[in-house]
Design a protein around this ligand. Structure first.
Ligand SMILES: C[S@@+](CC[C@H](N)C(=O)[O-])C[C@H]1O[C@@H](n2cnc3c(N)ncnc32)[C@H](O)[C@@H]1O
Length: 278
């Protein structure tokens, strides 16, 4: 099978924060699929055959008068991604018990050692939203729980939930590449109680999950929270992220209309993760 061709934009931004976060959020909306943050800015990727259709408008983003953005563009084949990612990825420590790392990093002495090869999928712990969702998973009791990880990316949240004793974890992602990558990562971490599916909230039907994790984005959450809640057990917990602090009120309203109560939120830079309970 031919390798997929991606377009890589290598952005140099100033100041690094919050310009990198703004760029990632805007490019995500424009259709870019994957991002790597580095010391000078952001590498952003989009599949070549979807590029012209999805991303024609993104240049407007670069006209923000408060930041400077410069970029270089090149085509890369999927197999070259490994080189890019090995160059940019360092282990991430979450709390004192959890490290997310690549197979080529040294094994740390922690309770939860998660080995991820993200390739083109989102979810290494570098992004604020992943970091906070991992923090929530670390803080909560997952023993014998049934769990849904919606928008699972690399599968990192599902893997930690399983390591913390969940008895069944369903990980769902709409993107074929994430689906394949999460399956690989689940196998690599030996967490047999995680099943990975390709799709979205339409796949849900019947399971009453004790805990649902959904780190996606504001608009998908606003649309799909009612479907998640239909699949949440009495006394269940919903953890969501993928949006900014200014969006907490609109997400909370949607949750309230579905019978959920706001319990707490975490914040890193302007990103938040929120816990709701039934
Ligand atoms: C922000 S990433 C989160 C990945 C990972 N869970 C983490 O915390 O790092 C969002 C993921 O949601 C997936 N996604 C986007 N829309 C979706 C939808 N409607 N249903 C399921 N997954 C979706 C994307 O492919 C992407 O992998």
């Amino acid at each position: 099978m031919a390798n997929t061709i991606y377009i890589e934009y290598d952005f140099t931004v100033s100041p690094l924060q919050p310009a990198s976060d703004i760029l990632i959020a805007e490019l995500g909306e424009a259709g870019f699929e994957s991002f790597v943050e580095n010391e000078t800015g952001v590498l952003a990727y989009v599949q070549k055959d979807e590029w012209s259709e999805k991303c024609m408008d993104f240049i407007a983003i670069l006209k923000n008068p408060e930041f400077t953005f410069e970029y270089k563009v090149r085509e890369i084949e999927q197999e070259n991604w490994n080189a890019t990612w090995e160059r940019n990825f360092s282990p991430i420590q979450v709390g004192d018990q959890c490290v997310v790392r690549a197979p080529f990093h040294e094994k740390p002495e922690v309770a939860y050692d998660i080995v991820i090869e993200p390739k083109m999928s989102f979810g290494t712990g570098h992004h604020e939203t992943t970091h906070m969702m991992l923090q929530f998973v670390l803080e909560h009791d997952f023993k014998e729980k049934t769990v849904l990880d919606m928008g699972s990316g690399t599968g990192v949240l599902a893997i930690l939930a399983a390591m913390k004793g969940a008895k069944k974890v369903d990980a769902i992602d709409i993107d074929n590449w994430c689906y394949l990558n999460a399956k690989e990562n689940v196998e690599r971490n030996g967490v047999g109680q995680v099943s990975v599916f390709e799709g979205d909230a339409q796949l849900l039907g019947g399971t009453a999950y004790d805990i649902i994790l959904a780190n996606i984005n504001r608009n998908i959450l606003l649309e799909d929270i009612p479907k998640y809640v239909q699949n949440l057990a009495p006394n269940g917990i919903l953890f969501v992220s993928g949006f900014y602090k200014d969006d907490i009120s609109i997400i909370s309203e949607k949750c309230k209309a579905c019978g959920l109560k706001f319990e707490k939120n975490l914040q890193r830079n302007d990103w938040v993760a929120v816990k709701y309970v039934f």
